[in-house]
Design a protein. Structure first.
Length: 508
């Protein structure tokens, strides 16, 4: 099903570049499609991969990644992308949870995985002998799959407890692919998608819309995010799109742009709150090409979005409230805000964001009770709190579990974080609630300084008093070198709360 995205480009664009490292084409669409068919045959023959088997991809961005991903689908198997920043023990736990038959890993990550490998799984190192043997197999025809068959298991980045594997079907990912064409941007053979974020997450998912239209997949030579290298690649290509979280967008905006800005299709931003100032700086540096999207692993890249045009209009009108929103419902997607009894709330009232549509997952792998709870009533309950305005623009307030209740008042950490990020010395921040004998909970802010800057906590306190209610202001500021993050790059607030309790000798 999804492997069929290659059929068109392999026919009408067979001699055009498909996989490019830096400025070096490694595959045309013709050779890429052939390599996928060969590797797929090898998986089925040498490795015994059968339709429906799960296959883990544990690798940093590398030329073999997309080839292996499409070969998994070509073989009728289910891809389980695992973030390459995980510890091998964590990756092995996800392999065990998914009952993966095979794990493809790059050389660096495979070294620590040998001793952790689950009994039922086989390790194949990308680019080494066993892997190269697969690529020499005789090409095979694709295994037919249906829209309802699993295609991608996305292990959610939970901060506590067992990770849950969201089952995304071929139909889910095809709907996501189509939604990009409907309300993000057009894509053609002259386009390129630059992979500066992980292929195991949004960058890999966005690739489907570009693969289907024969747009080149470009990997930086360095293998990591380097603003100067990225802009050099933009200048070298006809029209480039890339995905970045807001922290990387800020770094990019500090880089001299030169001619690159006229060669950008879209800068896709998401995975963390995007501030109005982020959008202002991005548009000032690169023009009206920014797109701010809201999605989850359970409904990939597709809940709401602020289009490039909507961002430009909000900037023109000085509409800060609109710039703070995550936009309107995506193509063929229904979004509502509900109360604790799942009743829809009117505009301006805060409740849980619920989603229905063709991109919503089939459920969590082997977790029927959690699946029923998350999908009750036919709606995905996201765990995010938000509110609509009268025109259907959604503003996210926070995660339901992160709300701080102090003295009977609700404090939404993201509101405080936005104020703190307004200080030019602050690069990152995370606000949490910790136990307090008098108030129930009190607000604590962890902040990371920008390189070369020094954080003045007194100035932060004054800023909060000037901009938000006194009860929302942090009682304590802690300056740290970095914030703890999970494999998806999200801040682990549970770890911050635990560390604070231990520092204060507060019992659990």
């Amino acid at each position: 099903m999804l492997s069929g995205l290659l059929d068109g480009p392999a026919a009408w664009g067979r001699d055009r570049p498909a996989i490019v490292v830096g400025e070096r084409p490694l595959h045309t669409w013709g050779t890429f499609a052939e390599a996928v068919a060969r590797r797929s045959a090898g998986m089925r023959g040498a490795l015994g991969v059968a339709p429906g088997d799960r296959v883990v991809l544990f690798a940093a961005n590398c030329p073999e990644y997309l080839e292996a991903l499409f070969a998994i689908w070509h073989a009728g198997a289910v891809a389980v992308p695992v973030n390459g920043k995980l510890h091998p023990r964590e990756a092995a736990a996800l392999m065990e949870a998914s009952r993966a038959r095979v794990c493809f890993a790059d050389r660096d990550l495979a070294n620590g995985l040998d001793s952790e490998l689950p009994e039922q799984s086989r390790l194949v190192v990308l680019g080494e002998a066993d892997d190269l043997a697969l690529a020499r197999s005789e090409p095979a025809a694709p295994v037919p799959r249906s829209l309802g068959d699993d295609a991608w298991i996305f292990f959610t980045s939970g901060t506590t407890g067992r990770a849950k594997g969201a089952r995304l079907t071929h139909g889910n990912l095809l709907a996501m692919t189509t939604a990009y064409y409907a309300d993000v941007d057009t894509v053609g053979p002259g386009d390129s998608l630059l992979h500066v974020a992980s292929l195991s997450h949004a960058s890999g998912l966005f690739s489907l819309s570009f693969v289907g239209r024969g747009a080149a997949q470009v990997l930086p030579e360095s293998g990591h995010f380097d603003p100067a290298e990225l802009l050099s690649l933009v200048s070298a290509n006809e029209r480039s799109t890339f995905f970045v979280p807001p922290t990387l967008l800020r770094r990019l905006c500090a880089e001299p742009t030169g001619p690159a800005e006229n060669r950008i299709g879209r800068i896709l931003v998401g995975a963390a709150p995007v501030l109005p100032d982020d959008l202002r700086r991005g548009v000032a540096a690169f023009g009206p090409c920014l797109w701010n999207g809201y999605g989850q692993g359970e409904t990939p890249c597709t809940i709401t979005a602020m289009s490039a045009g909507a961002i430009a209009h909000a900037l023109r009108d000085g509409d800060n409230a609109r710039l703070s929103s995550v936009g309107v419902a995506r193509f063929a997607t229904r979004v509502r805000v509900v109360d604790g009894d799942d009743r829809p709330l009117p505009a301006r009232e805060i409740g849980e964001v619920a989603v229905a549509g063709p991109t919503v997952m089939a459920g969590y792998l082997d977790l029927p009770e959690e699946s029923a709870q998350a999908l009750r009533g036919g709606w995905l309950h996201t765990g995010d709190l938000g509110r609509f305005d009268e025109l259907g623009h959604l503003t996210l307030v926070d995660r339901a579990k992160d709300v701080v209740i102090t003295g009977g008042y609700n404090v939404y950490p993201s509101e405080v974080e936005r104020v703190l990020l307004g200080d030019p010395a602050v690069a990152e921040t995370a606000v949490v609630g910790v136990p307090d004998a008098d108030w129930g909970e009190c607000v604590v802010a962890y902040v990371v300084a920008r390189p070369g800057a020094e954080v003045d906590t007194g100035a932060l306190d004054s800023r909060c008093l000037d901009e938000i209610a006194r009860y929302k202001r942090p009682r304590e500021y802690r300056v740290v070198e970095e914030l703890p993050r999970n494999s998806a790059g999200k801040v682990l607030k549970a770890e911050l709360r635990t560390a604070h309790r231990e520092d204060q000798h507060v019992p659990h």
